[in-house]
Ligand binder design. Structure first.
Ligand code: XLS
Ligand code: CA
Ligand code: CA
Length: 438
């Protein structure tokens, strides 16, 4: 046992003062006909949870994630597997997400790295046996290695491009081997700083080629899950190609990838793009492309990706409304989140996951109340009723009219009244009433 002082985390209810207990996440509680644990398929991020130690631009790490092993060793890689499984089991988390280089130290020779990946994935598979823990998604880290300084799919260098291909191929192999439900492309350095040195068209086409070949290879080796693009507008690059949900969807459609790809929406990335989390969820959802979620939150006062554990219950509530309207997710809720640097103990990490899971449980419970209350839905139905209540409006919705016909309707009417009120403040008060009213 690695986390000797941490018990199995149980649900104790809203009155509990035990920091190592769930206050709202009650896995078997039925909400809208499904267990909470079925609505909320949480995943552990390998990189933040087992790897990140608080290193930042100004100083070395504050958390000890060495597990008493030598840095960059396979012993450490295995210790991380042991720790990860104990961590997930204690929290009742059923999924994990990984980058290739989260699992093993990367060698200069890609053959050595690939061998290590074979070895560690055997070890993970062994660990999975007898548990109900599964892989949610895998991905290839094509942003840390210096060779990707000009991008991976968008690099200017053919050799580098082939190394990106090799990494994607291997990461797909490992994802399939571990039974992963999805495969993510986050365009780490797929962007640019200045047009002075960038052929945007060539770069975008090469990214699409990489994704198309990955799709074809994945299907060939039996990968049945979804591929995902994870949009992010900036950081590390000034302009990232997958700016937001709408941009990524346009790209996927333009390159005929929209049947195999969905989106993995990260809250902090949506807010960096100047959107709300729920906006990007909605855009993905109405396009049939809401696949998975990276559950975290940013800080509105900071202009970068802070990857905080979700704490904002309003945001989680709006997010859960989108997820429920989407009929759930084919993916899950990956905590792509890290504790703040001074929260440097393992106890802090457990408490952070408890916070995140409780926040989404509250979001789900609130979303249920809002749906059952019905006033929001009723308002929305009425808001657009003028179309359905008008014969010509109906023709428009059925695409059976013309610009001339609609124009002559207006000309005959001569003048136009104001539409009815948007009633935002009233609707916001309903949210507060439903959330805090009892
Ligand atoms: C970074 C991204 C990254 C992806 C996976 O900002 O969130 O962690 O989720 O490569
Ligand atoms: Ca992410
Ligand atoms: Ca992030």
């Amino acid at each position: 046992m690695i986390f000797k002082n941490i018990p199995e985390i149980k649900y104790e209810g809203a009155k509990s003062k035990n920091p190592l207990a769930f206050k709202f996440y009650d896995k078997d509680k039925v909400v809208l006909g499904k267990k909470m644990s079925e609505h909320l398929e949480f995943a552990m991020s390998w990189w933040h949870t087992l790897g990140a130690n608080g290193t930042d631009m100004f100083g070395v790490g504050t958390a000890d994630k060495s597990f008493g092993k030598e840095l960059n060793s396979m012993d450490l890689a295995k210790a991380k597997v042991d720790a990860g499984f104990e961590f997930m089991q204690k929290l009742g988390i059923k999924y994990f997400c990984f980058h290739d280089v989260d699992l093993v130290p990367e060698d200069k020779d890609i053959n050595v790295t690939n061998k290590r990946l074979d070895e560690i994935s055997d070890y993970i598979l062994e660990k999975m046996q007898g548990t109900d823990i599964k892989c949610l998604w895998g991905t290839a880290n094509m942003f840390s290695n210096p060779r990707f300084m000009n991008g991976a799919g968008s690099t200017n260098d053919f050799d580098v491009y082939t190394f990106a291909c090799a990494q994607v191929k291997k990461a797909l192999d490992i994802t399939v081997k571990l039974g992963g439900r999805g495969f993510v492309f986050w365009g780490g350095r797929e962007g640019y700083e200045t047009l002075l040195n960038t052929d945007v068209k060539f770069e975008l086409e090469n990214i699409a080629r990489l994704m198309t070949m990955a799709r074809d290879y994945g299907r060939k080796i039996g990968f049945k899950g979804d591929f995902y693009i994870e949009p992010k507008p900036k950081e590390p690059m000034k302009h990232q190609y997958d700016f937001d949900a709408a941009t990524a969807i346009g790209f996927l459609k333009a390159h005929n990838l929209d049947k195999d790809f969905k989106l993995n929406i990260e809250a902090n990335h949506a807010t960096l793009a100047g959107h709300t989390f729920e906006h990007d969820l909605r855009i993905a959802s109405i396009n049939g492309m809401l696949g998975s979620i990276d559950a975290n939150q940013g800080d509105y006062l900071l202009g970068w990706d802070t990857d905080e554990f979700p704490f904002d219950v309003y945001s989680a509530t709006y997010a859960m409304l989108e997820v429920l309207n989407n009929g759930g997710l084919t993916g899950g809720f990956n905590f792509d989140a890290k504790t703040r640097r001074p929260s440097n103990t393992w106890e802090d990490t457990f408490e952070a996951y408890i916070l995140g899971m409780d926040t989404f449980a509250l979001g789900l419970l609130n979303a249920e109340k809002i749906i059952n209350d019905g006033r929001l839905e009723e308002f929305l139905n009425n808001k657009y009723a003028s179309f359905k209540n008008n014969e010509l409006g109906k023709k428009l919705i059925n695409n059976e009219t013309t610009l001339e016909e609609l124009a002559s309707y207006a000309v005959n009417k001569k003048t136009c009244d104001l539409p009815h009120s948007g009633k935002q403040e009233y609707l916001e008060s309903i949210i507060n009433q439903v959330m805090f009213g009892n």
